[in-house]
Design a protein around this ligand. Sequence first.
Ligand code: DON
Length: 561
Amino acid sequence: MKLKLVFSLTFLLVISSCTNNPPEEGLTAKNGMVVSAREEASKIGVEILKKGGNAFDAMIATDLALAVSFQSAGNIGGGGFMVYRKATGETGALDYREKAPLTASKDMYLDEQGNVIKGMSLAGAMAIGVPGTIAGIFKVHEKFGSLPIETLFQPAIDLANKGIVVTKKQRSRIKMHQRYFQLVNKEKILFQEEISVGDTLRFTNLANTLSRIMKNGRDEFYKGDTARKLVDFISDNNGIISLKDLELYEAVWRDPVEFQYDNLKIISMSPPSSGGICLEQIMKMIEPYDINDLTHNSLDYIKILVEAERRSFADRSYYLGDPDFVSIPKEKLVEKEYLLERMSGFSFESPTPSHEISYGNVNVELLESDETTHYSIVDQFGNAIAVTTTLNGTYGSQLYCSELGFFLNNEMDDFSSKPGSPNMFGLIGGSANKIEPQKRMLSSMTPTIVEKENRLFMTLGSPGGSRIITSVLQTILNVHEFNMSMNKAVNSPRFHHQWMPDTIKLEPNSFNSKLIEELKSFGYNIGYKNPIGVVDGILVRANGILEGGADKRGEDIAVGF
Ligand code: DON
């Protein structure tokens, strides 16, 4: 079953169209804005701002609203990262990433011959990492919340009871996954019903779970009735997460990665996400080139970005992991001399084959998937947040706890199950990202805030696994180097390279055939992927007006006031 499942999951793509002619300008607003994957969630976030709540209050309400309205990625059974910049200029980051259970072990996904058991880290209860979302939300509230927790939970509870109207994209996503739901779940789940566009889906059990958490606090999820029900459910499905695992879970405040690029200060997620460090490496590698003299998405522009990306992803795979377990040579990795030396082999005359910058003998076949979600918020006080949250794959492990009303993640796949063996995103890792009890798996999520000359300039991020990093990178460059509006920046065509496999992925129908031929004759392997990231961001113009960039690759939407 597992084997069949992994191959099928491999071919599941969320097909979204990539528009080549996005409107010049996105929604503008004077006071505050929320941009997220769902209209319901953006509206709920803005309602909280209008009630006088701050960006952190809106974060909680939006996150929970996504857990109801966008269940393929929005979650309470997964985890995420938040980067913030307060109006005072104070910055910080919250890590509510999932953790490996206490009884997890390095070789838990290997068979007796030492081969990876296909599908085991992808589907079903063994794929689940200890969820962090509820801990994250309460951590945010404890430190920065200004409205009562009831005010922030109630809109999502009401939405779950009232129900959401199924859109075309949601229906096709549910449809595509129904056979996996059937393979993984012992009993028929709500999402296996015949579902049509325009139907209203109500989530009473999720509403009840959220109500109990609202009433009893964070411990309801980690120590209370909900915890016991969850652990019983997981063990009934042959998983290993215990009550002790839930009890021990803590979200952690981290120092974000911060660096200068031209006159911008980039504030992004630190390990256990690779996002911030990779973004810093890539941006510092390309900084010596006059990017704004190049044509957007031209041959030379693609060459520079691709060569920097491949070098950074090679470092990612060798050096990065959970900072609570491994020592990351951060200073060295982002040092100017090191990066100059790393780019010294770059030439406009020929590509650098990925195996030449390899730390070991690896051969990667890229497995494609799936879905995460990002939202950006700026409030009327000038605070900004960027949050990326996920179940990992679309609907995570496909395991749905009907009694509690939510899907559980398959984040364990983000660990390196075996050195040199790719995960769902084709990413490979070594011992820095090996499985250890209580460890957080390495991520690519890159919630990012940008300052320009000490003022808030942008908040943005994306889903897309490994492609998150390169999507965020290109969006920042679109605005900064090519003077695009936020809306145009998020909706412009993207490309991606991640060292292994040694292939440039292009969004289909977005690059002209002459350019593609030139890339090929230069020596690049070309592949296609649709979409590459779904970026949601907010730009603060010089006059203080907010402009939303909601990616048309999804059903993402900006709401402001
Ligand atoms: O943390 C990570 O990097 C992945 N689990 C994110 C998964 C993801 O973005 C899937 N989406 N497209």
